[in-house]
Design a protein around this ligand. Structure first.
Ligand SMILES: Nc1ncnc2c1ncn2[C@@H]1O[C@H](COP(=O)(O)OP(=O)(O)OP(=O)(O)O)[C@@H](O)[C@H]1O
Ligand SMILES: [Mg+2]
Length: 415
């Protein structure tokens, strides 16, 4: 099997120096009995369209990931499109390498890809806790670079989610975007899918006609949701529709119809909230572009004074705690800024004291981290988790992975 030279692109600005790798298929691939060349080791995963197998190539004495797409559900035209886009995108270092040789068996088309030994991001996110900011940033940088590479080629991924980010090392220094089955040209029209997933933007959730315009803003939205999931281990909402309480609360805050930030966003610093605002703008034309995300990498994203009790201590009920230490000058400034951003002015004591979920300031009316406990309290006694059990991750013994045939997300439902 041929392996074309792979050029490494990672910076946000890149140039294509060599596109010889851009091979396409025009006719049906080689008809083979896959067992002649490969020994199947195990199934790596499956999705809406196919199964991915870990297989050992006897000639090359190497392991590969084989994406097997059954002919019953995948037309040659669809396979051809996925192959062509996968090959075109292979030069980017944060996009999975697809090899030139592909196959068909009597019932399937097969793509050959490099094997990611550490599974996907979905499996790496601690449930209801999320990954540390440091790791989330490393992942975001790489996937943003991959998406920028795609968007520069007018290609829209359309299925950005943690299950489509593969991990190669424990520190997340090598992660790659996969799955170009939904990828389409920017400006084309696609049919409406039945149902939506937590990563679907409002223009897709609310679509009433069968002609949905493909835009880069779709990927930006999904990437914003992916960032939330990575940092928290929860989804921000189930559907970006007003009927979804969690989405509606965020939307009201976003539209300035509500001053107070919904509680599940409290832990994020104002700069990160500004980024979320731009990525999750309800109007696709107002959403930021992928290259703008890099402006936020140097900011602190998480307010360390707002922590969650680990979920195993409270059996899924979120509670808040803080270190109890008084904040230092820098923190105080930052926290005061944050209070303002959440709609509180620290000059106005009444506003602070009368807020139903804030602790009364100390004798000197100073804002300390104790006082700031309010920022992670739940205003209505409900917590995000209880509404998001469908999407708890990673798989636990009492849940099984269920592939919803009407959507493209891997969801976890109780048996
Ligand atoms: N190269 C790889 N190495 C290891 N595991 C992989 C690889 N490619 C895919 N997988 C696993 O298989 C799963 C399904 O792969 P993929 O997303 O390509 O299939 P799909 O049918 O197009 O999925 P979807 O439902 O997202 O459309 C991934 O979420 C991942 O867990
Ligand atoms: Mg997938």
């Amino acid at each position: 099997m041929d392996r074309s030279p792979k050029h490494e692109y990672y910076s946000t600005k890149f140039q294509i120096q060599d596109e010889t790798i851009n091979s396409t298929i025009d006719s049906l691939p080689l008809l083979v009995d896959i067992n002649d060349n490969y020994k199947t080791i195990r199934e790596l995963g499956s999705g809406t369209y196919g199964r991915v197998l870990l297989a050992y190539n006897r000639d090359q004495q190497q392991r590969f990931a084989l994406k097997v797409l059954p002919k019953i559900t995948t037309k040659f035209r669809d396979f051809q499109r996925e192959y062509n886009y996968s090959m075109l995108l292979t030069p980017h270092r944060s996009i999975i390498s697809t090899f030139e040789t592909c196959y068909q068996t009597h019932d399937s088309f097969i793509l050959v890809q490099e094997y990611a030994p550490l599974g996907d991001l979905f499996e790496s996110i601690p449930p209801q806790k999320g990954l540390p900011e440091k790791h989330a940033k490393i992942i975001m940088k790489q996937i943003a670079s991959a998406l920028e590479f795609m968007h520069d080629k007018s290609l829209i991924h359309r299925d950005v989610k943690p299950e489509n980010v593969m991990i190669f090392d424990a520190d997340f220094h090598k992660v790659k975007l996969i799955d170009f089955g939904m990828t389409r040209k920017c400006g084309s029209y696609v049919r409406r899918l039945i149902g939506s997933i937590p990563y679907s933007p409002p223009e897709v959730c609310d679509a009433t006609t069968n002609d949905i315009l493909v835009t880069s803003a779709m990927d930006i939205w999904a990437f914003g949701v992916l960032l939330f999931c990575t940092l928290t281990g929860n989804f921000p909402w189930e559907h970006a529709q007003e009927s979804d309480t969690y989405y509606n609360e965020f939307l009201m805050w976003q539209k300035r119809k509500r001053r107070k930030l919904p509680s599940q966003w409290f832990r994020f610093n104002p700069r990160l909230m500004r980024l979320f605002k731009k990525m999750l703008d309800p109007l696709p034309e107002n959403r930021c572009e992928i290259h703008e995300i890099c402006k936020y990498y140097d900011d602190r994203w998480i307010n360390e004074n707002v922590r969650r009790r680990p979920s195993n201590e409270d059996e899924g009920v979120e509670e808040d705690y803080s270190s109890g230490d008084s904040t230092n000058g820098t923190d105080l400034e930052e926290l005061t800024k944050m209070l303002k951003d959440y709609g509180f002015d620290h000059q106005s004591e009444n506003q602070l004291i009368h807020h139903p979920s804030i602790d009364i300031p100390n004798a000197n009316n100073q804002i300390t981290s104790d006082n700031l406990q309010f920022v992670n309290k739940h205003e209505n006694g409900s917590d995000l988790l209880s509404h998001h059990n469908h999407y708890k991750y990673p798989p636990s013994s009492s849940t099984t992975i269920f592939y919803n045939t009407t959507s493209t997300t891997k969801s976890l439902f109780s048996n």
